[in-house]
Design a protein around this ligand. Structure first.
Ligand SMILES: [Zn+2]
Length: 618
C-alpha cells in the first residue's frame, strides 16, 4: 500500500513529477498540461471593488494529444482568451465557462488548435470575490484610505486569478499592479520598502509556489525594519507597536536556520492587516499576512509569527499536494513553531503552549466525527475551509514530537532537515512522506518506532493512549489555586492572576467548570477587569465563560469585540455559543447586523452557518 504510487511510477518508467495526483478541489486537467509561470497585469479599482486586467499563463504540455486547457475560476468575468504562439502573436481562442459549483466555482475550458506556449486571459473579478476583502476607509485603523487584501488558501486564488488552483502545481510569477497614487501595493514576492508611492508596482517571484500562496494587499501602508532581512508593513498608526512586538523576528529566522537549513525566500517581511483579517496569520512567501490581535505589548502571542515563519520550510518549501494532506503543512509547522518558541522564549513557555493545544484537542474529540480525527481525512465533496480541523495541527505536531522523543533530538533534527532538503520546492502526499520516513529514519535506526506505529497515528481516529504531554509547574500551581478559589478557600485577588502571562490566563480560563455562579464571575471580573480585556485570547475565553453562564455585564464589551475583530478563531466560537439559546441568538443576530459589513466573506460564511443552525445542536 505504502509504496504503490512510487512503485507504479517506477514500473511505468515515468517520474512522479509528470503525474501530479488528481486533486478533487480543482477542475484543472493537470495530467495534460501544467502551468509553469504566471504574468499578471492588473488595475486595482476601489470604486468598483474589482481587479481588472490580464493573466498570462506559460504552459508545459504533458499529453501530445491534448487540445484544451481547463482552469479554475470563481465568479470571474472573463472577456477574452488569446492563445499566444511561439512567435509571440496572439490569436483569439474559443472558451467556455462551466456551470458554477458551490465549492469549486466554474471551470474555464479553452480550446486550442495547437499546443501553444502561452494563454492570455482578459478578465475582471467580482466585487464579492471570495478571496478578496475590500474595506472602506471607515473599516481601517487610519480611517482615511481604503484597504484591500487577498486570502487565497485554501481554494480562493481562483476568485481573483484564472489558474490551476491546486497545491500540486507550482509556478513562478511576475505582476504589474496599478493602484491609487497614495497607496502601496504588496505581494507574496520580494517587496521594496523604498518603492515610491507612484501608483505603479512590479513584482517578481522567481521560486515556484503553489496557487494558494499568491497574495496581494493595497492600502495606506508604512514600513519599519525589524532586522537585516525583515520589516513590518502596517497602517501608520499600527506600525510602531507592531515593529516592537515583532522585534525578535531575525532571532527566530536564525534559530530556524540552525535547525533546518537556510531560509530560502530572501526577505521575511510581515504585513499587519486591519482587524477583520479572518485568520491569525497567512504564510504568504516573503510577506506573512498577520492579524493585529497578536500585538498585545508583551510579545506573548508571537508564537503566531513563529508558526508563519516555520511555514517557510513546512508548507511553502515542502507542500501538501492536496488539501486532505494538510497535516504535512500544518502538523509539521506546528511542531517547528514550538521548537522556535522553545529556542527563543524558553522551554517553559513552549511546554505551556503545547499543553494548551493538547487540552484543546482532547476537548474536540467529542465534537469531531471519528473519520475526521485521522491525519488524512476524506475531503472529497467538501469545502477544504470547513473540512480542516485542529487534528491536522496538533495531532500532526504530536506525532512529530513522539518521533523526536523516540529517536532523540539530534537524530530527528538531522532527519527533518534532510526531509526539507529532499522535497524542497515539491508538492507531496502522505505516502511520499511515509516512504521517505521509512527509508531514512525507521530503517536506519531499528527498534525505536515501527512504520505500523506511525501509520496508526495517521490512520486511526483519536489520540494514541501513550501520547506524552510535558508537565508545567506553573500550570500545576494555577490549577491548585483555581481549585481553592472554586471551593471558596481563597478569594479572587489571592489567585495572584496579576503575575500570570497570557498562556497562564488561557490555562486558568480553559479549566473553569462549565457552570459558574454569577457571584464568582463578578468576583473575577472585579479583580482582573476581564470584561473589555485588551488581550484578545484572554477576552475570547472570558466571553465564552460569560455566555455559558449568562453573565450579562459582559455583553456590551463582547459586542464591541465581535464588531471590531473579524478573525474567525476569535469570533465564530462566540456566535456559536450564543446561538445555543433563543435569547443569545437574538443578541448575536443584532451584533452581526452591525458587524457584518466589516467582516471578510469567509468570516461571514462561518457566522451565518452558526446562526442558522437549529438551537441545541453544537
Ligand atoms: Zn499554518
Amino acid at each position: 500500500m505504502l509504496m504503490t504510487g512510487l512503485l507504479l511510477a517506477a514500473t511505468l518508467g515515468v517520474s512522479l513529477e509528470t503525474m501530479p495526483p488528481r486533486d478533487p478541489h480543482s477542475d484543472a486537467n493537470t495530467a495534460e498540461v501544467v502551468v509553469r509561470a504566471l504574468a499578471l497585469d492588473l488595475d486595482v479599482d476601489f470604486d468598483q471593488r474589482r481587479l481588472e486586467g490580464t493573466a498570462e499563463l506559460s504552459l508545459d504540455w504533458k499529453d501530445p494529444a491534448a487540445r484544451q486547457v481547463v482552469l479554475d475560476t470563481r465568479d470571474l468575468d472573463v472577456t477574452s482568451v488569446d492563445v499566444i504562439d511561439a512567435a509571440g502573436s496572439p490569436h483569439a481562442a474559443e472558451f467556455v465557462l462551466g456551470k458554477r459549483d458551490a465549492i469549486l466555482g466554474s471551470a474555464l475550458s479553452v480550446r486550442v488548435d495547437t499546443q501553444a506556449p502561452t494563454l492570455r486571459i482578459r478578465y475582471r473579478t467580482s466585487p464579492d470575490a471570495s478571496g478578496l476583502q475590500w474595506m472602506t476607509p471607515a473599516q481601517t485603523a487610519g480611517k482615511q484610505h481604503p484597504f484591500m487584501f487577498s486570502q487565497s488558501e485554501s481554494i480562493h486564488a481562483r476568485s481573483w486569478v484564472p489558474l490551476q488552483d491546486t497545491p500540486s502545481v507550482r509556478f513562478t510569477y511576475t505582476a504589474h499592479v496599478r493602484v491609487p497614487k497614495e497607496l502601496r501595493a504588496i505581494m507574496s514576492a520580494p517587496n521594496d520598502a523604498a518603492h515610491a508611492l507612484d501608483g505603479d508596482f512590479s513584482f517578481k517571484m522567481d521560486k515556484p509556489i503553489p496557487s494558494y500562496l499568491l497574495a496581494i494587499a493595497v492600502g495606506d501602508i508604512a514600513v519599519r525594519p525589524t532586522g537585516p532581512r525583515s520589516a513590518v508593513y502596517a497602517e501608520p498608526s499600527v506600525v510602531v507597536a507592531a515593529a516592537k512586538e515583532f522585534a525578535d523576528t531575525e532571532k527566530m529566522i536564525e534559530t530556524t536556520e540552525k535547525l533546518y537549513g537556510p531560509y530560502r525566500w530572501d526577505r521575511y517581511d510581515l504585513l499587519v492587516l486591519p482587524p477583520s483579517f479572518p485568520f491569525g496569520g497567512m504564510e504568504n512567501p516573503c510577506m506573512t499576512f498577520a492579524t493585529p490581535t497578536v500585538i498585545v505589548g508583551d510579545k506573548s502571542l508571537v508564537s503566531l509569527i513563529a508558526h508563519e515563519l516555520a511555514h517557510s520550510w513546512s508548507g511553502n518549501l515542502v507542500t501538501n499536494a492536496a488539501w486532505k494532506h494538510m497535516w504535512l503543512n500544518e502538523g509539521f509547522t506546528t511542531y517547528v513553531e514550538n521548537r522556535i518558541v522553545e529556542a527563543v522564549f524558553g522551554k517553559a513557555e513552549a511546554d505551556e503552549e503545547f499543553i494548551l493545544a493538547a487540552d484543546e484537542l482532547r476537548k474536540e474529540l467529542s465534537e469531531t466525527p471519528k473519520p475526521d480525527q485521522r491525519l488524512v481525512p476524506d475531503f472529497d465533496g467538501r469545502d477544504p475551509d470547513d473540512a480542516g480541523s485542529d487534528f491536522a495541527y496538533t495531532k500532526g505536531a504530536w506525532l512529530l514530537r513522539t518521533l523526536e522523543t523516540s529517536y532523540g533530538r539530534d537524530v530527528f533534527d538531522a532527519y527533518l532537515r534532510g526531509y526539507f532538503d529532499h522535497f524542497a520546492f515539491q508538492s507531496i502526499t502522505t505516502d511520499q512522506m511515509l516512504a521517505y520516513l521509512d527509508e531514512n529514519l525507521i530503517r536506519k535506526h531499528a527498534g525505536k518506532m515501527s512504520l505500523a506505529e506511525v501509520k496508526a497515528w495517521i490512520e486511526k481516529p483519536g489520540i494514541p493512549g501513550d501520547a506524552k504531554v510535558p508537565s508545567s509547574t506553573r500550570f500545576e500551581a494555577i490549577a491548585a489555586a483555581r481549585a481553592e478559589w472554586l471551593a471558596d478557600k481563597r478569594n479572587a485577588e489571592a489567585l495572584d492572576g496579576k503575575s500570570w502571562n497570557t498562556q497562564e490566563w488561557m490555562y486558568f480560563l480553559d479549566g473553569l467548570p462549565k457552570k459558574l455562579s454569577t457571584s464568582k464571575l463578578v468576583q473575577l471580573d472585579a479583580a482582573y477587569h476581564l470584561t473589555g480585556a485588551a488581550n484578545a485570547e484572554i477576552a475570547r475565553r472570558w466571553y465564552l465563560a460569560a455566555i455559558r453562564n449568562d453573565y450579562k455585564p459582559a455583553r456590551a464589551a463582547m459586542a464591541e469585540y465581535m464588531t471590531r475583530i473579524g478573525r474567525r478563531y476569535l469570533v465564530v466560537p462566540l456566535y456559536e455559543a450564543l446561538a445555543k439559546t433563543p435569547e443569545g441568538r437574538d443578541f448575536a443576530r443584532g451584533v452581526y447586523a452591525k458587524a457584518k459589513a466589516g467582516y471578510h466573506p469567509m468570516t461571514q460564511t462561518s457566522i451565518e452557518k452558526a446562526l442558522n443552525k437549529s438551537p441545541g445542536h453544537s
